[in-house]
Design a protein around this ligand. Structure first.
Ligand code: NCD
Length: 316
């Protein structure tokens, strides 16, 4: 990929060295720029990142996010270091996150971090002179998942504008939903929020949507699916975020999608899920026409290749 193949060199330049902590930090134009560029990266594995090193600091479990970042780096000729279990790092000896960051930034060119505390990625970004990518911070944000979700939606529906999207399941703790909904709102999408009362969307997000005049309704019976939507974005009940195990037991089987449940839709609906699924999507949906969750995982590597290259200035 060369300078003249990048649609907007000015925007590309503005990404160099930048942190990706929250989707709130990105304008619509910037998001579309990343998605357009990602289309080119889908079939590109040039060694653009030869000699570059990413450090992956995963303080919480991960399969897709960590491995797709690693694979993206390797595919572009770069290298990975890091840990997937904070228990084997000096954090277990009591080292602060800020100190960990100040040390590891000497070993790499870019940092990817996942942490159970909201705000941890912002703290890391403030502590570091290198670009920091948030791989998920508590219930707060998961911006790279959002970018791959948007990429997937645009591929399947040909647009992001004016779609009707139902978010289903754990809307209280799912960071993937919190990251995605406010971006889709900028594209004039409408929402149905389906969850048990206990797991409804946080008040601050509902208030933001109401302030911006976004069309949105809540439904508290997860067994009743809204048939007037284009996308069902489903989530796992985030067991690890519950302070009260009794509360988790009450909602753990709140909903389950299978082929029979989707028969109420007049035509195939797009079923998305960031994965991992536990029991909320039956495997009998895996070959359903609208099932998009494995495609989302596949698109993760494309989007992460794009971001790593942009932030590291590997596009001239
Ligand atoms: C999600 C996460 O970590 O927030 N997983 C992912 O990155 N694809 C969703 C989840 O854990 O339920």
């Amino acid at each position: 990929m060369t300078a003249d193949t990048v649609a907007n060199p000015e925007l590309a330049k503005a990404f160099v060295g930048r942190d990706v902590v929250s989707m709130r930090d990105f304008r619509r134009e910037e998001i579309l720029f990343v998605l357009d560029l990602a289309e080119r990266f889908e079939h590109t594995s040039e060694p653009l990142l030869g000699g570059r090193v990413v450090v992956n600091l995963f303080f919480e479990p991960s399969t897709r996010t960590r491995l797709s970042f690693e694979a993206a780096m390797v595919r572009l000729g770069g290298q990975n270091i890091g840990f997937a279990d904070a228990g084997i790092s000096s954090v277990a000896k009591g080292e602060s996150l800020a100190d960990t960051i100040r040390v590891v930034e000497n070993y790499c060119d870019i940092i990817v971090i996942r942490h159970k505390f909201e705000g941890a990625a912002r703290l890391a970004a403030e502590a570091s002179r290198l670009p920091v990518i948030n791989g998920g911070d508590g219930s707060n944000q998961h911006p790279t998942q959002t970018l791959l979700d948007l990429f997937t939606i645009r591929k399947l529906h040909g647009r992001l504008e004016k779609l009707r999207v139902a978010f289903l399941g754990d809307l209280k703790y799912s960071r993937t939903v919190h990251s995605l909904i406010e971006v889709l709102a900028q594209f004039e999408c409408e929402f149905v929020l389906v969850s048990p009362q206990e797991l409804r969307m946080p008040r601050d997000i509902l208030d933001d949507l109401a302030r911006d005049g976004v069309r949105c309704r809540e439904e508290f019976k997860p067994s009743i699916l809204p048939v007037d939507v284009d996308i069902l974005y489903t989530t796992r009940i985030q067991k690890e975020r519950f302070v009260d195990p009794v509360e988790y037991e009450r909602v753990r089987n709140a909903y389950r999608l299978d082929r029979e449940a989707l028969e109420v839709f007049p035509r195939p609906v797009t079923v998305m899920h960031p994965l991992p699924r536990v029991n909320e999507i039956s495997t009998d949906l895996d070959d359903y026409e609208g099932a998009a969750y494995f495609q989302q995982a596949r698109n993760g590597i494309t989007v992460r290749k794009t971001l790593l290259s942009l932030l590291l200035g590997a596009l001239p």
